[in-house]
Write a protein that binds this ligand. Structure first.
Ligand code: SAH
Ligand code: MG
Length: 205
């Protein structure tokens, strides 16, 4: 099915990895909602959301919209246009809202604005697809693994971004603190890898 046009959307999602998200969302969304940790400007949410529009599903996307460590001033992935001058803090929520409206996906993509740990504390719904692309420090990665992966339903998939087995390619936490523990738990088995994306399916018992 047709992929969305994300050429004008800021973000961190190569075409082939976005296509992977879209394809898995088409397959999984008929069995339950999807949840993304790490919205930013909505690039990956548009890939997931366009699948939701096609099959009739819902995508929740969680972000405090204040940016990760690596998005802050002085870091590699900083974009000065994302800073709110009143607070001197990043604010990507407005950009996200415009992008979802332009893509015509407001009915299918639901933003949850707040810290991932706070949202997870009250979350109670099994997920057909969980996509983790939030904070890439050790603590946020461990928290996302611990708090969100239990909500992947039997037969559901856990998709992790920025998984770099070779330290020369990028930061460790998504690999060391999400991907490896998920495999070691025996709860998940790898079913696909594209670029830095890894797709793990919950093992049915
Ligand atoms: N998926 C996006 C990129 C996400 S960048 C895309 O396709 O372009 C990572 C995002 O995670 C940032 O927007 C940052 O604000 C968010 N984030 C980092 N730590 C977080 C936390 N603890 N709670 C909520 N959001 C967090
Ligand atoms: Mg990422």
């Amino acid at each position: 099915m047709a992929l969305p046009d994300v050429s004008e959307v800021k973000g961190f999602m190569p075409d082939d990895e976005g296509a992977l998200l879209h394809r898995w969302a088409l397959e999984q969304l008929p069995t339950g909602p999807a949840l993304e940790v790490g919205t930013y400007a909505g690039k990956s949410a548009i890939y997931l959301g366009s699948a939701a529009a096609q099959v009739g599903g819902t995508v929740f996307t969680v972000d405090h919209h204040r940016g990760s460590e690596e998005n802050q001033a002085g870091w590699e992935h900083h974009d000065p246009s994302t800073v709110d001058p009143e607070f001197g803090l990043m604010d990507t929520l407005g950009m996200f809202r415009k992008n979802i409206a332009r893509a015509g996906l407001e009915e299918w993509v639901v933003a949850i604005v707040g810290p991932s740990t706070t949202v997870a504390r009250w979350w109670r719904t099994p997920l057909s697809l969980l996509f983790i692309d939030g904070g890439h420090g050790v603590e946020p990665a461990r928290a996302d693994y611990r708090n969100w992966t239990p909500w992947v339903a039997p037969g559901g998939v856990l998709i992790i971004h920025d998984v770099f087995p070779d330290p020369a390619d990028g930061g460790r936490p998504p690999y060391d603190d999400i991907y490896l523990p998920a495999l070691a738990s025996g709860e998940f088995a790898e079913v696909e890898a594209v670029g830095s994306m890894r797709v793990l399916r919950r093992v049915e018992r």
